[in-house]
Structures are given as structure tokens and as C-alpha cells.
Design a protein around this ligand. Structure first.
Ligand code: SF4
Length: 221
């Protein structure tokens, strides 16, 4: 977290000047700015290490890089207490089901950071029979951190990018304060292959079409 003086000065609204001698103790600012300033500097990540990228994520939390400096060190093992899901590592078809389920269990406001080539797009295993081509096919991703693996510095850059995104949001337009029901992300089904329930009608039509073609095709015998 930024120290008191510079943190407070960052909050000042330049349209309403505060005397120099009071700037370390008083800030005049907007509700949006203070709301986002607090949220961005106290993100609690959900521990979700899936493969080698997780080692770099762990290194980012250890003493050499220390994400505590950004208020992000409180890694939570529970979706109830986390507002940032770091998907770090290879996302297999088997694991995407609990990832989406846990994402749905996180309370708003919540964010997702895809760490590394695997989580962002399948990485070196993209063509693998058991790997999904990016977690963004299933849940919304706010920040992508490239690399195989990304360094701890790259992950910290991702955190700072996310902070900028949070600071650009407004209480008046954020989806979680709007009226109406929020809809959960559909949980993929694990069958012979992974199935996205949103594509169920298309899959059904294609299956019927394939069965019809097979029934009407002339026999090779
Ligand atoms: S992106 Fe590279 S380092 Fe990260 S999980 Fe995939 S293979 Fe491992």
C-alpha cells in the first residue's frame, strides 16, 4: 500500500485546492475516487495455482517481490473472501468446471486475471485434447499477463493494470449496483468432451444433422 502522504495526495481533486500545509492530512475528493482508491489497494486474491505459473505467483507474494506493498498479499482459499481470481497455469477441461463454479461463488465486485500463456490462450498445450484454449472462453477476464511463465514483475504489472481499471469505474455505472437479477456464468459440462451449455442448441442441431447424414449416406459395402 502506498504510504500515507503520497496516498492522500493522490486523492486530491485538483479543482478544489487544499493549502500545501494541510495536504498530508486533508483530501477533498469525489466518492468515486475514494471508493476505487480503497478497493484497488486492498484486493484479496483467490489462490488458484494450476501449474508452473503458480510458482511465479507464489514468488510474487514472497519477500523478494512482496505484493503486500500493493495491499494484495491476503491470498484467500475461499471465494467468499476474495475479489480477484488469479488463474495461473494450464486450464484443463476437468478443472474449468470448478473454476467457473468458484467464480460464480465469489461476491461482486470481482475480477479475473489470466496469468500466463496457458490461462490466456492454451499456451504450449493449446492443441491438447485435455486443455481449454483460454479461460476467457468461460469467464470474463479483466487482465491478461503474457509469458510462459510470466515473471513476478509481470504479474505485479498485471496487478497495477487492474488497479487502473478499477480506478476508471464509477459507482453510477458498475453492474453490481444496478437493479435486477445478476446471472451466473453457465457451468460447463464434462462429458465425452467439454460442453458449454450456452452452445447446447447448436451442438444438438449439429448432432441431429450428423445423424441424418449418416442415415441417408449410401453404404460403402
Ligand atoms: S504458461 Fe508456461 S509456465 Fe505457465 S502454466 Fe503454461 S506452460 Fe507452465
Amino acid at each position: 500500500m502506498t504510504n500515507g502522504d503520497s496516498g492522500l495526495k493522490a486523492l486530491h481533486n485538483p479543482d478544489i485546492p487544499v493549502p500545501e500545509e494541510l495536504q498530508s492530512t486533508i483530501a477533498i475528493t469525489s466518492l468515486d475516487r475514494i471508493y476505487n482508491w480503497c478497493r484497488a489497494r486492498s484486493m484479496w486474491p483467490l489462490l488458484f495455482g494450476l501449474a508452473c505459473c503458480a510458482i511465479e505467483m507464489i514468488a510474487a507474494a514472497a519477500s523478494r517481490y512482496d505484493i503486500s506493498r500493493f495491499g494484495m498479499e491476503v491470498m484467500r482459499p475461499s471465494p467468499r473472501q476474495a475479489d480477484l481470481m488469479i488463474v495461473s497455469g494450464t486450464v484443463t477441461k476437468k478443472m474449468v468446471v470448478p473454476i467457473v463454479r468458484i467464480y460464480n461463488q465469489m461476491a461482486e465486485p470481482k475480477y479475473v486475471l489470466a496469468m500466463g500463456a496457458c490461462a490466456s490462450g492454451g499456451g504450449p498445450f493449446k492443441e491438447g485434447y485435455n486443455v481449454v484454449s483460454g479461460i476467457d472462453k468461460y469467464i470474463p477476464v479483466d487482465v491478461y499477463v503474457p509469458g510462459c511463465p510470466p515473471t513476478p514483475q509481470a504479474l505485479i504489472h498485471g496487478f497495477l493494470t487492474l488497479q487502473k481499471k478499477i480506478e476508471s469505474q464509477s459507482l453510477r455505472t458498475v453492474p453490481w449496483y444496478r437493479s435486477g437479477e445478476s446471472t451466473a456464468v453457465p457451468i460447463p459440462l464434462l462429458g465425452p468432451d467439454i460442453i458449454d451449455p450456452r452452445q447446447a442448441d447448436l451442438i444438438r442441431r449439429q448432432a441431429v444433422q450428423a445423424a441424418t447424414q449418416a442415415a441417408t449416406a449410401p453404404s460403402e459395402a
